[in-house]
Write a protein that binds this ligand. Sequence first.
Ligand code: HEC
Length: 156
Amino acid sequence: MARSILAFFCLAAVTQACVVDSTAPDVGALIAGQCDNADSDPDVDIRFDRDILPILSRDGENEPGCAECHFPQSNSPAGFEVTGLNLSSYQTLIRGGANSSGNIVVAGDPCASILWQKLGPAPPFGSRMPLSGPPFLSEDDRLLIHDWIAEGARDN
Ligand code: HEC
């Protein structure tokens, strides 16, 4: 009985990392519990062009960003070459990369979005982004990306 209740909650959980195995460590659930899908500031509309693309477009020289590794036109775009993830536009971003594809951005669900997961201290695979960090993105920048996904990850 307890197992089937657990299975039900696992199906309902936003994370894919839910394993019905009483011998498994609690790490997955603990991390999932720390993620909140709620828009931190529902009165403010986040826009891709104005708020998100400028973060992705930084070359990392003054502030951490993504362009030097995920824009195909950069000198040595390691992240693009290794995973195919191209962060230079909305259309290429939502296509995702080798390990993220359709889960790169799950509209309305930042906690299930690989983009959001890779920016935090417990990435689901590989390293925390940006790979050049620390420094990583500021809390304000991360919150913009979180809230943009929470608001539906629109091309706006
Ligand atoms: C110094 C180079 C570098 C920078 C800067 C960088 N990345 Fe990456 N990125 C990589 C490499 C290399 C990989 C593959 C290894 C890994 O997943 O850890 C990768 C993988 C990823 C993946 C997984 C893609 C997939 O489907 O496998 C995501 C998502 C990602 N990066 C997002 C970002 C974001 C967002 C930024 C900017 C905040 C960023 N990266 C900055 C090099 C970089």
